[in-house]
Each structure stands twice: as structure tokens, then as C-alpha cells.
Design a protein. Sequence first.
Length: 137
Amino acid sequence: MGRPVSAANLAKRSRVCSLTLIVVLIALVYPASALIVYIVQGCRPGNAAASSQLGAWGYGSGWVDWALGLYVLALVLGGLGGQRPKQARRLATRLAEADEPVNDELRTCLADRVSRAINYTSLLAVIAILALMVFKP
């Protein structure tokens, strides 16, 4: 027979199932929204590129170029800054599966100042993109 299920294990399994459901829904929603935009634009591949030319702005506009550069920067910084939290998530999963308490290694991963600073810098890049898109200097 299997081992008895405690309330903590049951709650942990419930959280894992909820998170799995959220991840699956997000994985379905993003492609569906892209398909809807594609259909609304008339199912012509050129329409997506043409829509970026609306108004007097194009890829040669300074703010568009800066926004694209900041987007690439935000992606790179997000990838770099996300490594330590990913390591913490994996460690926390291993500790939870082994029914072990939180240890100092997990606390160190979660309190990493370098990855936090990189992630906040990525957030600032995204806010700058938003400001560029709103004010179009």
C-alpha cells in the first residue's frame, strides 16, 4: 500500500495541480490570441508588418528602434536574472518531495541580490518601452 496522505501533502498536490492548470491555460491562450489577431487582420502575412507602419512611424523612427533594442535587452536580462529563481524553484521542489524543511541554500537562492537587481533592471527596460510607445518622442 502507498504511504498515507497528510494534509500538507494533499495541499502541496493541490497547489501543483493548480499551477499546472495555469501553465496549460497560458500555453493555450497565447497561440489562440495570435491566431485571432492573424484572422482579424485578414489572414495576410504582410498585414502584421504593415500595421507597424501606421501613422508616421516606421522602423526608421528613433523611438521604435530604441523600443526594439530595449525589448531585446529586457529579454536578455530576464533570462539572466531568472536563473537563480529557477534554481530556487527546483531546489524547493526537491525539498518538498523529500518532506524536508527549508534550508539555508534555498534562502540564499531566494535572497540573491544580483538576480533581483538584474530583474528590476529588466522591469525598468519594459517601463521605458511603454513610455516610448505612449509618448513617441
